[in-house]
Design a protein around this ligand. Structure first.
Ligand code: ZN
Ligand code: ZN
Length: 155
């Protein structure tokens, strides 16, 4: 089963391509346990250099679906038990998928552990080439120290 980020209303949270889902269902008389797994190809941005990168997100969820409301009534606070809507044979699991993806979404991702990021001075991607800023950065870093020394001398 495949679905898209648009189907899940995920666009504002995360941009990703197709999401493939696997469901393993084991039935008993009145309930069905559903073990779901999903793989989504997420389009992210490197936290350092802002280059776009793709990462696979693996999510999973587990629910129990029951046709008998009495079974769920004792456990309505358990969000993992879902009462199957009467008169239908379809269950919308898009919110489950969405939650599973959002849960696994990486907050910070870098294209590579050795990514050198963008130059704070000129914005150049330092993975591609060196920029000319290095000397200036060096000067700026020492500027406060110079000031302190001057102040000390004046006293
Ligand atoms: Zn990067
Ligand atoms: Zn630079």
């Amino acid at each position: 089963m495949t679905t898209t980020a648009k189907d899940l209303d995920l666009d504002d949270q995360l941009s990703c391509g197709e999401i493939s889902t696997t469901l393993r269902i084991s039935r008993s008389e009145t309930t069905a346990s559903v073990d779901g797994g999903l793989i989504a190809e997420a389009h992210l941005e490197c936290d350092r250099c802002l280059e776009s990168i793709n990462r696979e997100i693996h999510g999973k969820f587990k629910i129990v679906v029951t046709e008998s409301p009495s079974m769920a009534s004792g456990a309505t606070s358990d969000p993992d038990i879902i009462v199957f809507p009467e008169g239908t044979d379809e269950l919308d699991i898009s919110s489950l998928l969405r939650d599973a993806i959002v849960l696994e979404r990486p907050m910070k991702e870098v294209c590579d552990e050795t990514c050198r990021g963008l130059c704070a001075g000129c914005g150049m991607n330092l993975n591609h080439s060196d920029c000319e800023c290095e000397d200036e950065e060096f000067d700026e870093r020492w500027a406060p120290l110079k000031k302190i020394k001057l102040a000390e001398l004046e006293n």
